[in-house]
Design a protein around this ligand. Structure first.
Ligand code: OAD
Length: 261
């Protein structure tokens, strides 16, 4: 359906407002209107222009740490410069006004835009794929020093080769704090997300293509356990066919309409 289909839209809103436990499941499309590119959109997606096996795998990092570190510093800069959009704000407002209903956000995004929109004041936020703002040692996992985390990198479009800093504790190379292809998700985050999916009455999926597992399995898990699945995505995806309601609109347009009190 589109935002112009009043009956279906009203049904989706009714399902949401009837729910006691609501979980939002967000992907790169959630932050697209904040100026952070998605991965797989035609023409604009990062994986259209950059090779994920070089830039998002431990093998790529070991082969060329400076290439990978420079690229993530460029992306970290984009995240630090971005602002939450109207979709992030709508989720934050909804969460703040939802009591006694429980609201949670499970995100695949490595940015902090849900937090900066204020959602963390009223709802739990689970990061499945780590944080681009939290580098850690590739050997001993010690988190990066505050000075590095707070520094605003000044990287050109696409990044440049940049030697990763050394860990103060063991001297190993720092690495981005994100999950790469072939790596396991943080177990506590995935367990928590699975519990939220299992107990949700409404599961609102925003801006994810649903091709990366195990994250995408959460949608099937939620549906199997009785949640009404609402998908917001301007494009057809692997997840729109899992939806009870597919709202073909963007996060910053559709979420404020869906969630307005
Ligand atoms: P994708 O780039 O695969 O999918 C983005 C989805 O957002 C697509 O279905 C788009 O149609 C949709 N979209 C685009 N603009 C939108 C907008 N303004 N509003 C709403 N939806 C919009 O991104 P993810 O599904 O998040 O992994 O990708 C999953 C994982 O693959 C990422 O977490 C990342 C990547 O490799 C890691 O970082 C580990």
């Amino acid at each position: 359906m589109t935002l112009d289909d009043p009956t279906a839209f009203a049904d989706a809103r009714a399902a949401l407002y009837d729910a006691t436990r609501i979980a939002f499941f967000t992907g790169a499309g959630m932050s697209a209107e904040s100026g952070i590119p998605t991965f797989r959109d035609a023409l604009t997606g990062l994986w259209e222009r950059f090779d994920p096996m070089l830039l998002a795998s431990i093998e790529g990092f070991e082969a060329d740490p400076a290439l990978v570190w420079g690229w993530y510093e460029w992306r970290r800069q984009k995240v630090m410069q971005a602002q939450p959009n109207a979709g992030h704000a709508a989720i934050a407002t909804f969460a703040a006004q939802a009591k006694p209903r429980q609201v949670a956000v499970v995100t695949q995004n490595v940015d902090d835009l849900h937090e900066r929109a204020g959602t963390c004041n009223a709802a739990e936020i689970v990061h499945l794929h780590g944080s681009i703002l939290a580098p850690r040692c590739s050997v001993c996992a010690t988190p990066a020093a505050e000075a590095l985390i707070n520094a605003m990198p000044d990287e050109p479009e696409g990044g440049r080769r940049l030697t990763p800093p050394r860990c103060d504790v063991c001297g190993g190379s720092m690495r981005p704090g994100v999950v790469w292809f072939g790596e396991s998700l943080p177990a506590d985050a995935f367990d928590r997300a699975a519990k939220l999916a299992q107990s949700a009455d409404a599961f609102v999926v925003v801006g994810t293509s649903g091709v990366v597992e195990p994250a995408a399995s959460l949608v099937r898990h939620a549906r199997r356990h009785g949640a009404t699945v609402i998908v917001i995505d301007p494009n057809d995806s692997a997840l729109t066919r899992e939806a009870h309601f597919w709202i073909a609109g963007s996060a910053a347009h559709a979420l404020p309409s869906l969630l307005r009190a």
